[in-house]
Design a protein around this ligand. Structure first.
Ligand SMILES: Nc1ncnc2c1ncn2[C@@H]1O[C@H](COP(=O)(O)OP(=O)(O)OP(=O)(O)O)[C@@H](O)[C@H]1O
Length: 643
């Protein structure tokens, strides 16, 4: 069902977003989730494809500036956990206990709380922006979606009682057959947001089409879900199988590093939904074991990653040159927690008349994650890490084994740190692109079960992985790109639970300072004064283009179609220009960080270059930069080790 202008209350004025802790009981804005409103002033004068939705009790009061208050973040109704990780650790170069109050007030929602452990209150106040034409209104319950009964049963089995904000908004539109570009914070339920509509659509079309059609040894799946890493594909496969349990919808997975024979065998049994990494998918298509000719649903998880750097040519090949029906014929669903403008632009090639959704600010980190940044020079990092782990061990973790995920820049660094930690009495295991798949799987399993409570990882584990009980993410080496940081810390603070993220900032991370300050402020986190000084006194000498969005004091917060320079081009689509705050055309692509002289500890950059597999098929050079598209900085970057 699409909603019309008549459903919209044009009378509301745009207000600033008021963080939950600053709200009184007086309700401002809209009273319940059934009220929709345009919050930008231009919308009041007539039609606009933009809508913003309140997602909870207080509704969306509409930020005019998009800046969240940097004041305290009390969430009174929850019990505290002061000292869980404590502030007793030695802090090098930063004031001790910079965020003690925040620690004390952090909520702890245990597994056995309502709704399968998800704390929906934590999401209630997240503003959702939707743009596009004929947007379906959000739902408050899964029942409103009119899903297949088998799927509904599985949703209940999974203890999904109520949809998260991104699910409330994305699902009705996806069920209505619309293409989506959807952005929501890490751990906020994006997987189900694209899985449920796909399963439901397949079940509904069952009446007219034979399932998992097979002909001449070739299978013709109806849905393809692509993700950048093997582990993430396995996870999505597991999740999708749970949701499709006993519905007759067949789900299979194909990913590199594992024997292809087994995967082909499982495909032979028929497949409706194929979850895959791009490299292995191309392989099985070339072997003529799978055809994409009947794809009705294409979902890209971590879509910005899939269309960034090394993956984009491969994705383009799969989507445009391998028999897949074109946009408009198939339905395309793109999801991620980050979506820089330049990638949005690229992504629009794969979409048709799509709806853009953003639950929270595009690229923002969850406020459920307490972020600490500490000034630690490279030479001190190991000892500092040890102090943190000792302190954590001393403080205990509610009788549960707290899992700590430590991100480093290089595979060598991961192995070395793992070995060193183990020798120091902290059982650790490493995961990176040089490990064979079996080792990677073992490492993950050992970490998940708590057998090895410290996982040292490169960025291969930074996106999408949903590991319960990861209570602390430590950026031993910070990534160069702020979006990578957002994904890394997003391995904690998931599904409404709180988490802690500590970053070791050294002089080499100077280019990230401004972006980090912006992100911390936006997420209501304490900004150490020394970090502000880095940001202010040392101008950003490069940094990735995405990092620069903060340094310019503006956020990528919106649908790129309606950011200033694009309005002309998309005139037919929108008669209004969007007057809200967050313009950021990615017009500054100079990424000198890629050519920086950087120490060995951060050599590999966030793309785990050295993870390059021997198979040349998996190595893609991003298109050589040219003055026209401004992508000079990305020439010669090889992004591998993911698939
Ligand atoms: N409606 C719901 N009710 C209860 N639990 C949910 C619901 N939706 C998702 N979850 C759970 O929340 C967790 C996080 O979900 P998911 O992995 O889909 O997050 P995500 O947004 O894709 O995160 P990332 O950006 O890191 O990939 C999962 O354990 C999932 O089972």
């Amino acid at each position: 069902m699409a909603w019309s202008n008549a459903d919209i209350d044009f009378t509301q004025k745009q207000n600033r977003y008021v963080p939950p802790q600053h709200r009184s009981n007086t309700i401002s804005g809209f009273n319940n989730a059934n009220s929709y409103a345009f919050c930008n002033e231009s919308a009041q004068s007539g039609f606009s494809p933009f809508a913003r939705f309140g997602t909870g009790r207080h509704g969306w009061a509409g930020p005019s500036s998009g800046h969240f208050s940097t004041a305290g973040r009390g969430r009174g109704r929850h019990r505290g956990r002061g000292g869980r990780f404590g502030c007793q650790e030695r802090v090098i170069g930063s004031s001790p206990c910079p965020n003690r109050d925040a620690v004390d007030e952090l909520e702890v929602i245990e597994e056995d709380s309502n709704f399968g452990g998800i704390n929906f209150d934590a999401y209630e106040d997240i503003p959702v922006e939707a743009s596009g034409s004929d947007i379906s209104p959000p739902v408050n319950t899964f029942a409103e979606l009119d899903l297949d009964e088998g799927l509904n049963k599985n949703i209940r089995r999974c203890k999904y009682v109520k949809p998260t904000p991104i699910q409330r908004h994305a699902m009705p539109n996806a069920v209505a057959g619309r293409d989506l570009m959807a952005c929501a914070q890490t751990g906020s339920g994006k997987t189900a947001a694209f899985c449920f509509p796909i399963i439901s659509g397949i079940l509904k079309s069952r009446l007219s089409l034979p399932s998992a059609a097979c002909g001449g040894g070739i299978v013709y799946p109806s849905a393809l879900i692509l993700s950048p890493t093997r582990e993430l594909s396995c996870q999505i496969h597991d999740e999708t199988k749970k949701f499709a349990y006993q519905t007759g919808v067949k789900v299979a997975v194909a990913y590199g590093g594992a024997p292809i024979v087994n995967q082909l065998r499982s495909l032979e049994r028929g497949v409706d939904i194929l979850v895959a990494t791009p490299g292995r998918l191309v392989d099985i298509i070339k072997r003529e074991r799978v055809s994409l000719r009947r794809i009705k649903y294409l979902a890209l998880d971590e879509a910005d990653r899939m269309l960034d750097m090394g993956f984009e040519p491969q994705i383009r090949k799969i989507v445009e040159q391998m028999d897949m029906p074109p946009p408009g014929v198939r339905q395309t669903l793109l999801f991620s927690a980050t979506f820089p403008n330049d990638i949005q632009k690229l992504a629009s090639d794969f979409l048709s008349n799509y709806i853009f959704l953003a639950a929270g600010r595009v690229g923002s980190s969850s406020e459920l994650i307490m972020q600490k940044v500490e000034l630690v020079q490279d030479i001190d990092k190991r000892n500092h890490l040890l102090d943190l782990l000792h302190s954590q061990r001393a403080n205990g973790a509610h009788g549960k084994q707290a899992l700590t995920l430590v991100f480093v820049a290089t595979k060598k660094g991961a192995d070395a740190l793992q070995f060193w930690l183990s020798n120091k009495g902290f059982p650790a295991i490493a995961i990176h692109g040089d490990k064979v798949q079996l080792e990677r799987e073992r490492a993950l399993k050992s970490f998940k079960t708590g057998a090895t409570p410290v996982l040292v990882a490169t960025d291969v584990a930074s996106r999408g992985l949903d590991i319960p009980h990861v209570s602390h993410v430590i950026n031993f080496d910070l990534p160069k790109d702020i979006d990578d940081y957002v994904h890394r810390i997003g391995r904690t603070g998931r599904a409404g639970k709180s988490g802690l993220a500590t970053a070791f900032f050294s002089d080499y991370n100077t280019p990230l300072a401004k972006a980090l300050v912006g992100l911390l402020q936006e997420a209501n986190q304490e900004v150490p004064s020394w970090l502000s000084q880095y940001a202010e006194t040392l101008p950003s000498v490069g940094g990735s283009r995405r990092s620069q969005r903060y340094s310019r004091g503006k956020y990528v917060g919106h649908d790129f179609r309606f950011t200033e320079p694009e309005v002309e081009k998309y005139k037919d689509f929108s008669t209004e220009s969007y007057s809200d705050t967050c313009y950021d055309m990615a017009n500054s692509y100079n990424d000198s960080s890629l050519s920086h002289d950087i120490p060995d500890t951060s050599l590999a950059s966030s793309y785990d270059y050295a993870g390059a597999t021997a198979n040349a098929d998996y190595q893609y050079q991003y298109r050589a930069g040219n003055a026209e598209d401004g992508l000079n900085g990305y020439a010669s970057v090889v992004a591998t080790g993911w698939d």
